[in-house]
Design a binder for this molecule. Structure first.
Ligand code: FE2
Length: 359
């Protein structure tokens, strides 16, 4: 999900315990390292979440590593955002694309991107008005304010996923179970979100999580991965054997089903991947990745970088306060779009969430 799914595959020696895949050198990704706030300070702040039960979805997030927040957006509103997303998909001179006609669901009718994935985070889409409007829906932003117990948050410039089921010209991707957090970060640093704009049943693809794996994150790295293979990069993909370790330790694979308007959240220490629709699905999966963390998690340097990225309408990874990685436009096309078709309303709140204005 997010820019993190734009990856390059490497072959490793059998004895290595390095991640089986990394996106460090992937095309289109420019990793920018900025001075970060010490992990201990972030973990001390996030530890307050665990002080007492909450009586809501936060308890499930703490226990299972993920939660579904029902009707974060009214269903009708979600459908409207989905139509906006469809409009963006058809804005590249590709009028032949018809979301009701599977015969038109092929590469030449889709937005031109380098990698055959379902996530779009270039051409300024992450800053389209409908993307910001969805992120700033009270039920979405409010959930993250509740989670972090502050209204001084930063938003990710994360992508749009439109998955056309059973495309004849694209292969179904294999599972890529992974963590989106470095083992050097032991505590809670990031909670990721999916705003669902379509209904997702068991056949429709979507997030797969390994329930409870966040609780084993530190044990796994300290007992199964050589320290010299730890990386500060916030991504670690598991081999089949490593995934089995989690299953053997009681983690259950769960395909998360949800409806249009629901917000799915998960701890970045929860092992997960995105399942493609099965051949029985006819749903056009449409989701907006959306993540918020406290502004105080970002260093001055990171905030400055974030402001620059926003002003350039760049997409990034799902991390709002770190890994401020610009997603470049594809290089093989002649599309010269560098910003949103419809710019968001630059309210005081939005500029603060974007890191373009200080709190
Ligand atoms: Fe991920």
């Amino acid at each position: 999900m997010s820019a993190t799914e734009t990856v390059t595959t490497f072959t490793l020696e059998p004895t290595s315990t390095k991640s089986v895949r990394t996106y460090k050198d992937a095309p289109g990704i420019v990793v920018t390292k900025t001075k970060s706030v010490p992990n201990e300070l972030i973990e001390a702040a996030s530890a307050t979440l665990y002080l007492h039960p909450h009586g809501d979805w936060r308890d499930q997030l703490i226990r299972d590593g993920y939660a579904v927040i029902k009707a974060a957006i009214p269903k009708q509103k979600a459908r409207e955002y989905q139509q906006k997303a469809f409009g963006w998909m058809k804005s590249f001179g590709n009028d032949r694309l018809d979301f009701l006609d599977p015969e038109t669901w092929k590469k030449e009718n889709l937005p031109p991107v380098d990698v055959n994935i379902n996530v779009y985070n270039c051409y300024g889409v992450t800053h389209e008005k409908f993307m910001w409007d969805a992120r700033m829906e009270p039920g979405v932003l409010g959930a993250f304010e509740k989670l972090w117990n502050t209204d001084q948050l930063l938003a990710s410039f994360d992508g749009l996923n439109v998955t056309l089921p059973n495309r004849k010209d694209a292969q179904r991707k294999s599972p890529w179970p992974h963590f989106d957090q470095s083992p050097y970060k032991a505590g809670l640093h990031c909670v990721q979100g999916i705003i669902s704009l379509s209904d997702h049943g068991p056949e429709d693809g979507g997030l797969v999580v390994y329930k409870g794996s966040h609780n084993l994150f530190n044990e796994f790295f300290s007992t199964q991965i050589r320290k010299e293979d730890w990386d500060e990069f916030n991504y670690y993909q598991l081999s089949d054997e490593q995934l089995q370790w989690f299953l053997d330790h009681g983690c259950e694979e769960v395909k998360v089903n949800c409806e249009a308007g629901d917000l799915v959240v998960w701890d970045s220490r929860t092992c997960h991947w995105g399942m493609e629709p099965t051949e029985k699905s006819n749903t056009v999966r449409t989701v907006i990745y959306s993540c918020f963390t406290p502004a105080k998690f970002a260093s001055e340097e990171a905030l400055s970088k974030k402001k620059e990225l926003f002003e350039n309408f760049s997409g990034t990874t799902h991390w709002p306060h770190a890994d401020l990685t610009a997603v470049r436009n594809p290089t093989h096309t002649n599309v010269e779009r560098t910003g949103p078709l419809e710019k968001p309303v630059m309210t005081d709140k939005l500029l603060k969430l974007a890191g373009a204005k200080p709190y």
